[in-house]
Design a protein around this ligand. Structure first.
Ligand SMILES: *Cc1c(COP(=O)(O)O)cnc(C)c1O
Length: 390
C-alpha cells in the first residue's frame, strides 16, 4: 500500500498491518517467537535485530506517519533518544542542543557524553542567532524539541534545517509533544524524528516505548548500534502500540480541540496569571507554530496568580489527576517545580522561566464542560481553604 497517498486516519488504521493469511482475522496476529527458521543471509529474524513480523510492520506505520522512508522502535523514549544520538556522535564531535529539552534527555547528555568525549553546548534561546552562536567546526548534530516542555515554546524548524544543511550538520527533533498528527518535521527538512511512544502514540498510559523515523540510510546507522546495545521492544508491546496508533489521529485531534478551548477559558480566568499554549494568539511564537503545526497539541501550561497555592489547587481537583506522565486520553496535571524539573537548580529553573506556580496540564478527551467544572470547583476550594488559614 502506497502510504504517501493515504489520509492520516487510513495510515493510522492500516499501514503496516501483518496480514493474517491463516485465519483472515481483522487485526495483525501477534508473533511472540524469538526463534525463526533461517531463510537466507539477508533475512535472519530475531527480536534483537528489530525484525520480527510485528516489529517490522510497526516500523512501517511509524515511517508513514512521519513521512519518512524507515522507522525503528525501542523499549522507551529515552532508548530512542540515546541510540539516535550515540549512533551519529563519537569522541571529539560536538552537538548543539536547544535550551530547554526533556529532563531525561538533559540528564543523558550531561551525565553520559563526557564519558565518551562528546562535546555539547545548550543554546541560550530559540532564535537563529542563538543556534549559530554555538555551532563550531566539529558540530555534527543540531538537536531540538518543539513544542518544548513545559512552556510550549516553539523552535522554527525551517530555520533549523536551513542553517544545518548549509553546514552539513544532521538535525534531530524530539517530536513527542506534537505527535505526527500535529507536526511532521520531515516537511521542513529535519533529518531524524524521535518519539517517546509512551505519550501520544500510546495514548492510554499503558505502554513504555520509543520510536525513530528517518531515511533508510540514517535508520541503518541507528540499527547498527541498536542491535549491539540490544534494547529491542517486546513483541507484545509492539502489538499493543500498533493498536494504540490506530486511533491516534482521532484522539489527538479531540485533545487539540479540548486544549484550545481550555487554554482560552484559563486565559480569561481571574486566578490565572499566564497561559502558555501555542494555539493562543498571545503566544509569542504563535505565527511560527501556525506555519509548522496543523494542530496545537493537548499540552498547555498555566501560572496561577501568586495568592493561589498550587498544591491546594491540585489537591482539590477531582476528575483531573496528578500524574508524572502525559498525553493519555485522561486529563492530568503536574507541578514542574515539584516533579519533572525538581532536580534542576532553582537558578536554572528561573533561567528557563519555570515559576513556582506553574502547572503543566495534559488535556484528555473528556467533555470540556466536565473539565471546566472540575477546574472551577478546585479554584473555589483552594481559595476558600487559603482564606481559612489567614
Ligand atoms: C517522556 C518523554 C521522553 C522520554 O520517554 P520515555 O518513554 O519516558 O523514555 C522524551 N521526550 C519527551 C518530550 C518526553 O515527554
Amino acid at each position: 500500500m502506497k502510504s504517501n497517498r493515504l489520509g492520516i486516519n487510513t495510515i493510522c488504521t492500516h499501514v503496516g498491518e501483518v496480514p493474517d493469511e491463516q485465519f483472515k482475522g481483522a487485526i495483525s496476529p501477534l508473533y511472540m517467537s524469538s526463534s525463526y527458521a533461517y531463510e537466507n543471509v539477508a533475512v535472519k529474524r530475531y527480536p534483537r535485530y528489530f525484525n520480527t513480523p510485528n516489529q517490522e510492520a510497526l516500523c512501517k506505520k511509524i515511517a508513514a506517519l512521519e513521512k519518512s522512508e524507515a522507522g525503528l522502535i525501542f523499549g522507551s523514549g529515552m532508548a530512542a533518544v540515546s541510540h539516535t544520538m550515540l549512533a551519529f556522535l563519537q569522541q571529539g564531535d560536538h552537538v548543539v542542543i536547544q535550551k530547554t529539552i526533556y529532563g531525561g534527555a538533559y540528564a543523558f547528555i550531561t551525565e553520559e557524553f563526557p564519558k565518551y568525549g562528546i562535546e555539547f553546548d545548550f543554546t541560550d534561546g530559540f532564535s537563529e542567532a542563538d543556534f549559530l552562536e554555538k555551532i563550531k567546526s566539529n558540530t555534527k548534530v543540531l538537536y531540538v524539541e518543539t513544542p518544548s516542555n513545559p512552556l510550549l515554546l516553539i523552535t522554527d524548524l525551517s530555520m533549523i534545517s536551513r542553517i544545518a544543511k548549509e553546514r552539513d550538520i544532521l538535525t534531530m527533533i524530539d517530536n513527542t509533544f506534537a505527535s505526527p498528527i500535529n507536526q511532521t518535521p520531515a516537511d521542513f527538512g529535519i533529518d531524524i524524528m524521535i518519539h517517546s511512544a509512551t505519550k501520544y502514540m500510546s495514548g492510554h498510559s499503558d505502554i513504555c516505548a520509543g520510536a525513530v523515523a528517518a531515511s533508510q540510510k540514517h535508520i541503518d546507522v541507528i540499527w547498527n548500534l541498536a542491535k549491539n546495545i540490544g534494547g529491542s521492544l517486546s513483541d507484545y508491546t509492539v502489538w499493543l502500540l500498533e493498536r494504540s496508533l490506530k486511533t491516534m489521529a482521532l484522539r489527538v485531534k479531540a485533545q487539540n480541540k479540548n486544549a484550545k478551548k481550555l487554554a482560552k477559558w484559563l486565559d480569561a480566568h481571574t486566578l490565572v496569571d499566564k497561559v502558555y499554549y501555542p494555539g493562543l494568539k498571545s503566544h509569542p511564537d504563535h505565527e511560527i507554530a501556525k506555519r509548522q503545526m496543523s494542530g496545537f497539541t493537548g499540552m498547555l501550561s498555566f501560572e496561577l496568580i501568586s495568592s493561589v497555592d498550587p498544591e491546594l489547587f491540585m489537591q482539590s481537583l477531582a476528575l483531573i489527576k496528578q500524574s508524572m506522565s502525559l498525553a493519555g486520553i485522561e486529563s492530568t496535571i503536574l507541578s514542574p517545580v515539584k516533579t519533572s524539573h525538581a532536580l534542576l537548580a532553582p537558578d536554572e529553573r528561573k533561567r528557563q522561566g519555570i515559576a513556582d506556580g506553574l502547572l503543566r496540564f495534559s488535556v484528555g478527551i473528556e467533555e470540556k464542560k466536565d473539565l471546566i467544572a472540575d477546574l472551577e470547583q478546585a479554584f473555589e476550594k483552594a481559595t476558600k481553604k487559603q482564606l481559612q488559614h489567614i
